[in-house]
Design a binder for this molecule. Structure first.
Ligand code: NAI
Length: 461
């Protein structure tokens, strides 16, 4: 039986990052992946293809109606959806190949097949050539997550589908029902609305983007509604099905809703099935995720888990940080993830980004804080690029002034949040951000001004 120091199951952003870091630290590392392409959900059917389509659809919408303001007349703008989808596929292929070459460059052994535990220190990998036994001192489970559904919804892999199908509709649906106003529903709903679909979002709660700062979520909802997205809040979807080309969505207390396609985006479930976890005694929590303690160790010594398959936000960069911390802990005894400094971004237009605590979380925890807000309307660069919607909000502790949370809705929020994450990671005060020189004219000045505004001394508002 071939044996390694460490085997990672799954080559998504959590798994391949853990494998590369372990190889850098001098371990003999292997990685098992059942899909042909490496990179996991994020690269193949998640973050990357959705961002490619968000960019393409935004360009289409701007070319169709957004150039006038700049004195640019565009006519005859047409959608070539097949080409748009092909470009998205090319982006995915180039990145998944990139991961494969990183695996090779770092001399990581790659196994193609589906792994399950044979014992606490060995795996059976079902490969096309038959089962193969492989052993390791340390095994890291990084198997990710899959779309979940609801009772009453018949996912048919076509008309009633998940984000995977919504990345590849071959024609623009006339009417698209989106179930769930979370990250996926709003991003993919935006793509198809921009390309011409009538999009109706059904959300169980009375707000969108649960978990995000409420003031930001409400501002986002207003903007999306202005863009033409329709919201049915407080709507508990009880059934969705396709009959031929027509779909129906049923929700509590409302008439059945007829549409062409249904996108189910009600969250994701940890991928634990088929790993043989029970046979080796790896325990799950009440939500079916792998229970981990210090250093990402599961209930079995030598077996670890990271990423979507454990607690915490299902985000690629969170999984990557955990992968690094997990293997550093194994090799060096140190390794740590600061969960308060993990940013979250929704790549709609405007983008929405946040790091640290929301106002609601601080209020609930009884933490006294001061708040500074600065609107992009008062930012020179935002005016110059004709993208002035939204604001930056800085929340700082009363007394110490330590930054506890930063929330941004507006142009390039996903890039601006990097500075905010560094501030939280370094334990910065709002005064630190306010005193740091920010280049003019940049969107980042809105963050500096919001920090100044914590102390009522913003210059431009
Ligand atoms: P989500 O948890 O963000 O949102 C699901 C929504 O569905 C919630 O608002 C929930 O209240 C609603 N819902 C649940 N049951 C319902 C029902 N019966 N009827 C109507 N609404 C119902 O989940 P989503 O959007 O599927 O995303 C899954 C994961 O993928 C998230 O954890 C997210 O972090 C990650 N993701 C991250 C992205 C990013 O970083 N930009 C992009 C896409 C996904």
């Amino acid at each position: 039986m071939q044996s390694h120091d460490l085997i990672v199951i799954g080559a998504g952003p959590g798994g391949y990052t853990a494998a590369i870091r372990a190889a850098q630290l001098g371990l003999d590392v292997a990685c098992v992946e059942k899909e042909k392409a490496l990179g996991g959900t994020c690269l193949r059917i998640g973050c990357i293809p959705s961002k490619a389509l968000l960019e393409s659809s935004e360009i289409y919408e701007r070319a169709s109606e957004g150039f006038d303001e700049h004195g640019v007349k565009a006519s005859g703008v047409e959608l070539d959806l097949a080409r748009m989808l092909k470009r998205k596929d090319r982006v995915v292929t180039s990145l998944t190949r990139g991961v494969a070459s990183l695996i090779k460059k770092n001399k990581i052994t790659r196994y193609s097949g589906t792994a399950r535990f044979a014992s606490a220190s060995s795996l059976t990998i079902d490969t096309p050539g038959g089962p193969q036994e492989v052993g390791a001192k340390h095994i890291v489970i990084a198997t990710g997550s899959k779309s979940s559904s609801l009772p009453g919804i018949e996912l048919d892999g076509d008309r009633v589908g998940t984000s995977t199908e919504a990345l590849s509709y071959t024609e623009v649906p006339a009417r698209l029902a989106v179930i769930g106003a979370g990250y996926i529903g709003l991003e993919m709903g935006s793509v198809w609305r921009r390309l011409g679909a009538e999009v109706v979002v059904f959300e169980y709660l009375d707000r969108i983007l649960p978990g995000m700062d409420l003031e930001v979520a409400n501002a986002a909802q207003q903007t999306f509604a202005k863009q033409g997205m329709q919201f049915r809040l407080g709507a508990k979807v009880t059934a969705a099905r396709a009959e031929g080309d027509a779909c129906t969505v049923e929700s509590d207390g409302a008439e059945p809703f007829a549409c062409d396609r249904v996108l189910v985006a009600v969250g994701r479930l940890a991928n634990t099935e088929g790993l043989g976890l029970e046979s080796v005694g790896v325990e799950l929590d009440s939500r079916g995720r792998i229970e981990v303690g210090d250093g990402f160790q599961t209930s079995v010594a030598g077996i670890y888990a990271i990423g979507d398959v454990i607690r915490g936000p299902m985000l690629a960069h969170k999984a990557g940080e955990e992968g690094i911390a997990c293997v550093e802990r194994i090799v060096t005894g140190y390794g740590h993830v600061n969960y308060d400094a993990i940013p979250g971004v929704v790549y709609t237009h405007p983008e929405i980004a946040s790091v640290g605590k929301t106002e609601e979380q601080l209020a609930e925890a009884g933490v006294a804080f001061r708040k500074g807000v600065f609107p992009f309307m008062a930012n020179g660069r935002a005016k110059a690029i004709a993208d002035t919607g939204g604001f930056v909000k800085v929340l700082a502790a009363e007394g110490t002034d330590r930054v506890l949370g930063i929330h941004v809705i507006g142009p390039r929020a996903g890039d601006l949040i990097a500075e905010a994450a560094v501030a939280v990671e370094f334990g910065a005060s709002s005064e630190d951000i306010a005193r740091s020189s920010h280049a003019h004219p940049t969107l980042a000045e809105a963050l500096k001004e919001a920090a100044l505004s914590v102390d009522q001394r913003a210059i431009h508002f």
